[in-house]
Design a protein around this ligand. Sequence first.
Ligand SMILES: *[C@@H]1O[C@H](CO)[C@@H](O)[C@H](O)[C@H]1NC(C)=O
Ligand SMILES: *[C@@H]1O[C@H](CO)[C@@H](O)[C@H](O)[C@H]1NC(C)=O
Ligand SMILES: *[C@@H]1O[C@H](CO)[C@@H](O)[C@H](O)[C@H]1NC(C)=O
Ligand SMILES: *[C@@H]1O[C@H](CO)[C@@H](O)[C@H](O)[C@H]1NC(C)=O
Length: 239
Amino acid sequence: MNTVLLLVSLIICASPLLIMGQIIPTRGGMSGNGTASLYWDCCIPPCADKNVVGHNFSTVQTCQKDGVTKNDPDDNANSGCQPGGDAFQCNIMQPYVVADKVAFGWASAKVPDYFPQCCMCIVLSFKGQLAGKRYLLQIVNTDKYYDEASFKLLVPGGGVGDNAPGCMTQWNTTMDVWGNKTTGVENVEQCKLLPENLQPGCRFKFEFLEGIDNADVDYQEVYCPMNIVHKSNCDYRYE
Ligand SMILES: *[C@@H]1O[C@H](CO)[C@@H](O)[C@H](O)[C@H]1NC(C)=O
Ligand SMILES: *[C@@H]1O[C@H](CO)[C@@H](O)[C@H](O)[C@H]1NC(C)=O
Ligand SMILES: *[C@@H]1O[C@H](CO)[C@@H](O)[C@H](O)[C@H]1NC(C)=O
Ligand SMILES: *[C@@H]1O[C@H](CO)[C@@H](O)[C@H](O)[C@H]1NC(C)=O
């Protein structure tokens, strides 16, 4: 570890997380301002597909219909959101709180002037009502230039977006369980309608995120904590 990194780590270590040394900015990484919204469409993300990621890179873990049984990455299973497909989002990729005001999770990322790679990590610092809270995410979907950086955090009950049938297929539910397709379920009581294994992530929306489904953030690229890598089974390797 060089001096700069050590200093950065020491500064970061002023928070409880620093003791674990887990939020470490990359040198010259992406940073700026943007917005964060939510989704959970039950579909496997693009970064789970070898044809998107490239055969030499690891892909995000996918699961069978139960959201628990892992698919073999070498099978490059087809998305359950396509006819005949049977791979879905793993339940383990719900957001989780790791310290006071810090949560880890996954997200789709669009960043101007930069093409973020699958499985890179970024920490968002919220502004407005959520100021002081941070969300460290690993990228599961990337896109190139947009005027403003935007992140879509993978949060159950955050809205199924345009892939509405995905969650109905995976969980054999009706559509209304998942709430408005853009804004998702409206209150913590409605989380009880979701499949039981996804309810903690839905409550996260109303507890950690205080029900806010669209927030201003600033973002900074960071190294991925091992805890994230172990869950997604995807690691971005810096040269
Ligand atoms: C981000 O927004 C803040 C105000 O909220 C501003 O001071 C800062 O310059 C912006 N940073 C970038 C990189 O645009
Ligand atoms: C993947 O890695 C192998 C061995 O390092 C290399 O020969 C090959 O060109 C790489 N393929 C791609 C698509 O980068
Ligand atoms: C799906 O749900 C419907 C209505 O609750 C039920 O009749 C059906 O048996 C379920 N199908 C499966 C495969 O669980
Ligand atoms: C979903 O929410 C959006 C944004 O608040 C709203 O424009 C839309 O009408 C809602 N859709 C339904 C079906 O309620």
